[in-house]
Design a protein around this ligand. Structure first.
Ligand SMILES: [Zn+2]
Length: 464
């Protein structure tokens, strides 16, 4: 039996203001209903004015997803009544969307994107105990793009991978924060099973608020459909809501009660005309996308595919790596230090990437590479650089953490060790070479681990 999945994704655009009014689009955490105006509240007599930046962002996303941009698109009213929608309709795009026919490659396969269109977000209902509900309209009118895929995904895991890849791209082109927990990126899925060329009856799964939820919810529904079909049952066309705590998808409403949206053109907005100049301007300003970066890095840095995948995942980390390599041209060492130590330190409370400049990070990795400082000291310095807002160089220099490889200084310490350990020295002289390790250990504790062990061994042998 073949699983067929298509996704409908809503991504909030990170513009300053809402799609059709001057209210802030950054509504999260604000006092309920404080972030509104007559336009987004749908007062009679008000008119929407399109936010050009939102169109630009929609185009950035669409072009990064390899879409065609028709010269003309238009806005439509999608009519339905719901308490979180004060106008009684949502301004969306119906038969002439902003962009069509795109794709995103997943494991070498093209997952087709049917369309990308602009629309405004609705408000939020807050259900309280005792059967009452409140409404918060701060989110009403925040710009969204809806991205609709063709049913090209064949497993819950692929659906999750697709969402992760999509988020990566939306973040690279800086149009969406991609925060699923806060609802900045949301996903609904259609899923059906079939054992022949015919498509089976599909169901819709909603309320998946994390990548893990996308995979678990779809796996749950895939299994349910499989069991139903295998026992001779029939799949009903239903909408299911994912309950992440119960790990269960439950029916929300049946398709018979589905809305008839009575779409018609939005009379208060002229059609959107995207000419070649506009398109080119957006295209020229697109940053290097993850796939292009990966290809270039493999050539330039001679890194394993795994490293390239991890480091290009996040645009900021990718930039940090490139700047660090500019300072210390040893990509693999830099990569190792980012993937192990930098990622570890960034998980500590109140640390962020901007705490330590990439050049300063590179300086520390270089000290290790050249044997001037040992691994453990460097790890400690890095952590302190992030938590104490000092540069690694300051810490190393102020505290004299570089290895002692200066012969004079080492010899002095070694002579002291020899004097303090007459028994061990006697043992060595009578042929017990193993004692050398013990004496080196004594030297290390005397120098707090900073003696260059190879050089120390040489001098010690000579002295003995
Ligand atoms: Zn407003």
């Amino acid at each position: 039996m073949q699983t067929v999945i298509g996704l409908e994704i809503h991504a909030q655009l990170q513009t300053e203001t809402k799609l059709f009014c001057g209210c802030s689009a950054d509504y999260f955490g604000k006092e309920p209903n404080s972030n509104t105006c007559p336009v987004c509240l749908g007062m009679p007599g008000t008119l929407p004015v399109i936010n050009k930046r939102a169109v630009d962002y929609g185009l950035r996303a669409a072009l990064a997803l390899n879409c065609e941009i028709p010269e003309r698109s238009k806005f439509d009213r999608k009519n339905y009544f719901y308490p979180d929608l004060p106008k009684g309709y949502q301004i969306s795009q119906f038969d002439e969307p902003l962009a069509v026919n795109g794709y995103l490659k997943l494991n070498g396969e093209k997952i087709r994107i049917r369309r990308v269109h602009l629309e405004e977000d609705a408000g939020k209902l807050i259900h309280q105990s005792g059967g009452t509900s409140s409404v918060d309209l701060n989110r009403v009118g925040v710009p969204l793009i809806e991205i609709v895929t063709e049913p090209d995904l064949n497993s819950p895991k692929d659906a999750r991978d697709f969402m992760e890849k999509l988020r990566q791209i939306l973040r690279y082109v800086e149009v969406c924060s991609g925060d699923m927990e806060k609802g900045s990126l949301r996903c609904d899925a259609n899923i059906s099973l079939s054992d022949n060329e015919e498509m089976g009856t599909k169901t819709e799964v909603k309320n998946m608020n994390s990548f893990r939820a996308v995979e678990s919810a779809l796996r749950f529904e895939e299994n349910r459909q499989k069991e139903t079909l295998e026992s001779g049952g029939k799949i009903d066309q239903v909408t299911l809501g994912w309950d992440a705590d119960a790990e269960e998808a439950r029916p929300m409403r049946s398709k018979e009660e589905a809305h008839d949206y009575r779409y018609f053109p939005e009379p208060d907005l002229v059609p959107l005309v995207i000419d070649e100049d506009w398109k080119e301007r957006i295209e020229e300003n697109l940053p290097e996308l993850p796939r292009e970066k990966e290809r270039r890095w493999k050539k330039e840095y001679d890194l394993p595919d795994y490293d390239v995948g991890v480091l290009t995942e996040d645009k900021e980390i990718a930039g940090y790596f490139e700047q660090a390599v500019d300072e210390y041209d040893s990509p693999k060492e830099i990569s190792n230090w980012i993937m192990s130590e930098l990622f570890r330190v960034l998980k500590l409370p109140e640390t962020e990437l901007s705490d330590v400049e990439p050049g300063d990070f590179a300086y520390l990795v270089e000290l290790v590479g050249e044997g001037e400082i040992n691994d453990n000291t460097a790890k400690d310095v890095l952590e302190r650089a992030f938590t104490e807002s000092k540069s690694p160089k300051e810490i190393v220099e102020e505290e004299g953490l570089k290895r002692i490889s200066d012969e004079g200084a080492l010899t002095e310490k070694i002579e002291a060790v020899i004097e303090e350990n007459p028994d061990a020295v006697e043992d060595f002289r009578s042929g017990n070479e193993k004692v050398l390790g013990y004496l080196i250990g004594q030297l290390m504790s005397k120098t707090e681990g900073q003696a260059d062990p190879n050089k120390a061994r040489e001098i010690l042998k000579e002295k003995l």
